[in-house]
Design a protein around this ligand. Structure first.
Ligand SMILES: [Zn+2]
Length: 443
């Protein structure tokens, strides 16, 4: 038998593909070459056909697709725990926005992104979709680290450290679309902040730009009841209805949160094939309401999971989001059959990839898709015994069970050692930044 030499093989262990048919190979193996999966299946077959220049022995472990965090604000890791137990409006207006006004800048954003990337890689996340300022710096950090990112400069009406006017904000967004359009790790997108912080005109101009470049278009929508009430008072429409009237809904539009929806809103989201991102822990902590996920899924809307920023969560752990999503909707519906484990895992893998328009490349282990996968330790008490591996991932796994992370064929964490980030240095700088934030508070 002639075998092919490839960049990397991951052999042994349970290979959970999380593909459409939920194929599992035990023991299985994955072969990756030039960043793409070229071989996948039973260990013996793959080993006969492929030899890797690099080899990872995953015997006794679990190999699965890396997780996708469909919504966050990565640099906000530096505000983690700064202000908790407050309503969204107070939290934003009295703490987060003033703190951002004082500290926001490229250095802050770079440091916060490094800290976020360390946390996300350690917890098995291979891609995060980010809305913030100075997203060019975020993209550059992610390139250095080797983690995937969908970048979106927040489009808002008010001046900020990144740009002074909405026109400059649009120009900056177009600059990101041009600069990062062909990158293999970075996907540029357009991200108006929300229908209450972004004017109708700016939302429409952003959508035109997104369509011109074939980019995803994401915005926070209907996060709180008061947002919905204000929209009805001011515009005579719910936020979703208003977005439909403005012509910004479509298959590349993604509604983040979508917590307070009328039946008509759900119909509109389904009709326009809008994706939704559900951030259960942030929504729980801010008591802002719950995305009606079972209703959306029933209507045919794709739903992905996100952490939201670390200042409202307060971590970036997608295992936590899967477990919380699965449990939350059961209690809301008084029905333990709602959001079964497979559904929860899919919202952090294949469905999340669909929401972001990246399902041809990511979300499951399949030949032809990119070589993005994580290896989990099964030799820990809470993962023994295994009757159903998917159930364990949602209801029992800890994010610290992730031992190896591979993104586009590159090993970025091996045996719990981060290979592309210096955590000691990042932690020291983040702690120093926090000291400065506390010292400067109110000054
Ligand atoms: Zn958010």
């Amino acid at each position: 038998m002639v075998w092919h030499e490839v960049d990397l093989v991951v052999v042994g262990g349970v290979v959970l593909t999380a593909d459409q048919d939920w194929n599992i190979y035990d023991p299985g193996a994955v072969a990756v070459d030039r960043g793409a999966i070229v071989g996948l299946g039973p260990r013996e077959e793959v080993e006969q056909e492929y030899r890797g220049r690099e080899r990872i022995d995953a015997s006794g472990k679990l190999v699965m697709p890396g997780l996708i965090n469909a919504h966050t604000h990565a640099p906000m890791t530096l505000f983690r725990g700064l202000a908790d137990d407050l309503p969204l409006e107070t939290w934003l207006h009295e703490y987060i926005w003033p703190a951002e006004a004082k500290w926001l800048g490229p250095d802050f954003v770079r440091l916060g992104t490094q800290l976020a990337a360390a946390e996300m890689i350690r917890s098995g996340t291979i891609l995060f979709c980010d809305m913030y300022f100075f997203e060019d710096d975020i993209a550059e950090v992610c390139k250095e680290v080797g983690i995937r990112v969908v970048i979106g400069g927040a489009l808002v009406d008010f001046p900020n450290a990144n740009y002074k006017t909405p026109e400059e904000g649009l120009k900056y967004s177009e600059y990101l679309l041009r600069k990062w359009g062909d990158d293999f790790l970075v996907v540029p997108s357009i991200q108006p902040h929300s229908p209450y912080a972004t004017s109708s005109n700016l939302m429409q101009q952003g959508k035109e730009l997104a369509d011109q470049y074939g980019a995803p278009y994401l915005l926070h929508v209907s996060e709180t009841q008061s947002e919905v009430q204000e929209s009805i008072e001011k515009h005579g429409r719910t936020p979703v209805g208003r977005l439909a009237d403005l012509g910004v809904l479509g298959p590349t539009t993604v509604a983040i949160h979508a917590a307070h929806l009328t039946d008509e809103d759900v119909e509109l989201l389904a009709q326009y094939e809008v994706g939704v991102v559900h951030c259960p822990e942030s929504q729980l902590k801010l008591a802002s309401g719950f995305t009606p996920v079972p209703k959306l899924l029933e209507a045919g809307v794709e739903v992905g999971l996100g952490t939201d920023g670390a200042a409202s969560n307060n971590d970036l752990n997608m295992f936590g989001e899967m477990g919380t999503a699965a449990r939350l909707h059961k209690v809301m519906a008084h029905d333990p059959t709602v959001i079964p484990a497979r559904q929860a895992l899919s919202m952090a893998t294949l469905q999340a990839a669909r929401v972001l328009g990246l399902e041809d490349r990511l979300g499951s282990l399949e030949v032809g898709k990119r070589g993005d996968m994580i290896v989990l330790d099964l030799d820990v008490p809470h993962m023994v015994p295994v009757y159903n591996i998917t159930s364990h991932l949602v209801y029992a796994a800890h994010c610290s069970d992730v031992c190896t992370v591979i993104i586009d064929g590159r090993v970025v964490m091996r045996d719990r050692v981060l290979l592309t980030l210096d955590e000691g240095e990042i932690f020291a700088r983040a702690r120093e930044m926090a000291r400065q934030i506390v010292a400067g508070w109110g000054a």
